[in-house]
Design a protein around this ligand. Structure first.
Ligand code: GCB
Length: 594
């Protein structure tokens, strides 16, 4: 083999080096490198990108990212993929949804596009923001490695100030969706492992001082704003014109917090008041629409703006038959419209951070939200690298959405085994959630102790709301045990039934019994009747609004789908259980009004 250029410095080494990816697994694009983007005018980089799947990671081994555009006849060495030529795919998208042969593909996907920019003025900076890429994303510009992000559902930013030259540049993203034991989630999930850049990609230009973070909230009865600025600014000004309020915040090491003298009308599902907030610092300017409300736990009550509330909820995945995990404004609005038809005031956005538009729309429409990170099932709790990844995903989610009044609960895990390692891991996550945001409740979806038939989980002492996933009438056949659990348990804090339900196949399901629509409806009826008698149950989010795609469900009724939806995967066909839950929520809502 000849050695002709420095791309693959040594072609044989590229074949033999099994540490080829180590330099690129830096995880240095994380919560601390985010910039605040509310109110910024960005340049969309969505659209067609060159694309290639790469099962063997040949691209990292051979350094495809370092290839420059050339005509085939001008190249001096053979190549296995030309990132500047070949087929294109739309961004955002999930590759599974684009070609049948990519349906089960798990590995690296290479995205490349040209990016032409004007000269950057003196004292200006550029940042690239990727809304989400599943799961590991490595960023290269003009052949240079600029950073790596782990976590499939949170945004990340990379500074391009020094990396882009005037004129044409080449941006390459290597996105890898391989499931591994140490990740968050780990290898086994009950939702589909999509891959790709499936949320928006945007280029922002800022002054030297850039607002990295803005957190505005009601705390201790006062409106409080915290700002983080990267750059020479020594004060930040926060204004809420609708309240005639403003404050100059002195910055120390780029950070500052101050109170505003303001009396906002409170945000609630019935009165979703929002206020424009602007923040200026060193020539940079960002803005947001913020609602103000309180949420707390008092004994076994969940208390919104001083009044106990029952969460009439539904769980929802970000999944679509045609686009996978790639969503749209219309898709999100349809989800909320269906939730409204059900009579919900609450949604559980399972099991990972959904698109940020969801919480913005919930703010406008007046829904309460449970947001979650994918600490799901048997995460590698003893592994510090896994904790680091989970902590970063949680921090990115909280920083992205902590100005959203709709978000009332940060959920740090789902159905994890009650081990010492898990308890230590989850306590640290609860601490992170509270340190980043002391104004919301922390929850986790726990399991009931089936042996002792009661709600019992050591994590409960460290969270505010105990989520309980229980499937009496489905996975647990003896329905009567649910009543026994109810009697045996005396939790000292609110319980939300974060999941319950049953599969019902609307196309091929039998007339009766498991997988029939009739059986699904019966489970809902029985669940509602039993849960109604449990005083400490302060909400429910049954599983789930729509049927969703998943690899591990392959019986004749499932056919690759979890069929517990109240509505089928077409997002149109309602199953009978939908009306049963809607009738229950109508009753509950009427009781609250009286
Ligand atoms: C659960 C999980 C959820 C599953 C669901 C089911 O307990 O939390 O992710 O999809 O059950 O349908 O089994």
């Amino acid at each position: 083999m000849l050695e002709r250029s420095d791309i693959a410095e040594n072609a044989l080494q590229a074949l033999h080096d099994e540490d080829y990816d180590r330099p690129f697994n830096t995880q240095d694009l994380n919560a601390d490198t985010l910039i605040f983007t509310g109110g910024r005018q960005g340049r969309s980089l969505d659209g067609d990108w060159n694309f290639c799947v790469d099962l063997l990671d040949t691209g990292l081994r051979q350094k495809w990212f370092a290839m420059t555009p050339a005509r085939p006849e001008d190249r001096i060495e053979p190549w296995d993929y030309d990132p500047h030529a070949g087929e294109t795919v739309p961004v955002p998208s999930c590759w599974q949804m684009l070609k049948e042969k990519w349906y089960f593909f798990e590995g690296s996907g290479w995205y490349t596009r040209a990016l032409t920019v004007a000269p950057l003025g003196a004292g200006r900076r550029r940042f690239l923001r990727i809304g989400a890429a599943q799961y590991d994303c490595k960023v290269f510009v003009n052949g240079r490695f600029l950073g790596n992000h782990y976590g499939g559902s949170t945004p990340f930013c990379v500074e391009l100030t020094d990396a882009l030259a005037e004129g044409e540049n080449h941006l390459t993203l290597c996105v890898n969706n391989a499931r591994t034991r140490d990740r968050v989630p780990m290898r086994n999930t009950d939702w589909f492992n999509y891959g790709g850049i499936y949320r928006e990609v945007t280029l922002y230009e800022t002054p030297t001082s850039v607002v990295r973070d803005l957190f505005v909230r009601l705390e201790g009865g006062q409106v409080v704003a915290s700002v983080t600025v990267d750059g020479p600014a020594d004060t930040a000004r926060v204004e809420i014109p609708g309240l005639g309020a403003s404050v100059d915040i002195p910055l120390e090491d780029g950070r500052g917090t101050a109170r505003l003298d303001a009396r906002p009308d409170l945000w609630s599902p019935a009165t979703p008041h929002l206020y424009d907030v602007t923040c200026t610092a060193g020539g940079d300017r960002v803005s947001d629409r913020v609602g103000f409300r309180t949420i707390e736990r008092r004994g076994t009550e969940i208390v919104l703006n001083g009044r106990p509330i029952f969460l009439r909820g539904i769980s929802v995945h970000e999944d679509d038959a045609a686009t996978g995990k790639c969503t749209s404004e219309a898709d999100i609005r349809r989800r909320f419209a269906h939730a409204r038809d059900l009579g919900c005031n609450f949604l559980r956005l399972a099991h990972y951070p959904h698109h940020e538009r969801a919480a913005e729309i919930a703010d406008e429409m007046g829904f309460l939200l449970w947001e979650e990170i994918p600490v799901y099932w048997a995460i590698d709790f003893a592994n510090p690298a896994t904790l680091r990844d989970a902590t970063n995903q949680l921090t990115e989610l909280v920083r992205r959405d902590r100005n959203r009044a709709s978000v009332v609960i940060w959920s740090i895990g789902n159905e994890n085994p009650d081990t010492d390692a898990r308890l230590s891991f989850m306590r640290k996550l609860a601490e992170t959630a509270r340190a980043e945001d002391p104004t919301r409740l922390v929850a986790a979806a726990c399991l009931v102790n089936h042996r002792k038939l009661r709600i019992e989980d050591r994590l409960a002492a460290h969270i505010d709301v105990i989520g309980i996933n229980e499937y009496y009438g489905w996975y647990d056949e003896d329905f009567d045990e649910l009543g026994v659990i109810g009697e045996n348990s005396a939790p000292d804090r609110p319980v939300v039934i974060s999941e319950t339900g049953a599969d019902g196949d609307h196309e091929a399901g039998p007339e009766s019994g498991l997988f029939s629509l009739a059986y699904q409806a019966e489970v809902y009826e029985k669940q509602i009747a039993t849960l109604r008698g449990l005083d400490y149950v302060k909400g429910m989010s049954p599983w789930i609004l729509y049927d969703f795609r998943v690899e591990r469900r392959q019986n004749v009724f499932q056919r690759g789908w979890n069929r517990k939806g109240l509505i089928a995967a077409d997002k149109t066909t309602r199953k009978p259980a939908f009306d049963i839950l809607a009738a229950h929520y109508a009753e509950r809502a009427a009781e609250e009004d009286t």
